[in-house]
Design a protein around this ligand. Structure first.
Ligand SMILES: Nc1ncnc2c1ncn2[C@@H]1O[C@H](COP(=O)(O)OP(=O)(O)O)[C@@H](O)[C@H]1O
Ligand SMILES: [Mg+2]
Length: 289
């Protein structure tokens, strides 16, 4: 098997092209298979690629935010990770496995859970049925076992006494929590020690600041409870800084900058500075998109 090359980020700067490639010893205990590995990945529909030959590596336990203006390709990154699309060119590996089929066509799909911008709950099912939907479909657990697991997930997101309610009877914020609980549900066949990859697309769009804070903390909690990694796509500053540890800036088809939250606050990288300050002047201009 090929040894995965891991990109280091010693200077916290762009991973693209300027990154340092290190070959690690696979027998060393420090070596872990990256959860996500994009290598020279391109995603293209029209004349101009949305993702242009990008590389990114994500280690177990990491919480990343992908930021950038509208149309930069953030949702495309999530759709690739969710297996709703396959790259036009280059490689995507998840948990070391090459992703060259759509998720629906995979026999042993990786554990990747997408939390949609809208809760996308099924209106005709109760909260319990919505959260336990996958387990009921799989049919490998008894109803009482499913009920117990659902209850644990609802408790983890701070919901009590809603299992028998229908989504329409809940507030928007509570519905959002239910969608997080659904992302927490474990497949009983999941290997011991497996770590899911959780994806959140604009989780706080349209929420007031306090509701946003609750959701941001929930992202951290959900990721921790599921013992997984997360990729959050957002352009809300509090969400970026509160829910992630590492930030990747996407613009013009490239990852222009990559670093920790502290580095993000301090860097003088022109893309980050413009994004952080909302300045009209800077390298990001509407005509570029
Ligand atoms: N299925 C598709 N077919 C054609 N173009 C697409 C498709 N999905 C996304 N795009 C284009 O890719 C670009 C990036 O879209 P998206 O990833 O949704 O950006 P973001 O989430 O950063 O706003 C946009 O110009 C969009 O029109
Ligand atoms: Mg989007």
């Amino acid at each position: 098997m090929a040894i995965p090359s891991v990109q280091t980020r010693q200077d916290g700067r762009a991973t693209h092209n300027s990154s340092v490639q290190t070959r690690l010893d696979p027998t060393s205990p420090a070596t872990q298979v990256p959860v996500v590995e994009m290598r020279d990945l391109t995603m293209q529909w029209g004349a101009k690629p949305v993702l242009d030959n990008v590389s990114l590596s994500m280690q177990p336990g990491e919480r990343i935010a992908v930021v950038g203006p509208s149309g930069a390709g953030k949702s495309t990154v999530l759709r690739l990770l969710a297996g709703l699309q396959v790259p036009t060119d280059g490689e995507l590996r998840l948990f070391g496995e090459l992703q060259d089929y759509l998720r629906l066509d995979q026999r042993r799909p990786p554990d990747v859970r997408l939390v949609f911008q809208n809760p996308a709950l099924l209106a005709s099912l109760t909260v319990e049925e919505n959260v336990g939907f996958l387990l009921m479909r799989l049919g490998r657990l008894k109803p009482a076992q499913i009920k117990e697991r659902v209850q644990q997930c609802l408790e983890a997101v701070g919901l009590n006494d809603v299992a028998d309610k229908y989504p329409g009877q809940l507030s928007g914020g509570m519905q959002k929590r239910v969608s997080f609980a659904r992302a927490l549900i474990d497949d009983p066949d999941r290997e011991e020690g497996a770590m899911p990859l959780l994806l959140y697309d604009e989780p706080t769009a349209g929420l007031d600041p306090v509701a946003s804070t609750r959701i941001e903390d929930l992202i951290v909690k959900t990721t921790t409870v599921a013992r997984g990694c997360s990729v959050v796509v957002s352009h809300v500053h509090s969400t970026i800084e509160r829910s992630a540890e590492r930030i990747v800036m996407l613009y013009g088809g490239r990852f222009q900058w990559d670093g920790t939250v502290d580095e993000y606050r301090a860097t003088d990288n022109p893309y980050v500075v413009q994004f952080r300050t909302g300045n009209l002047r800077g390298p990001m201009q509407p005509s570029d998109q």
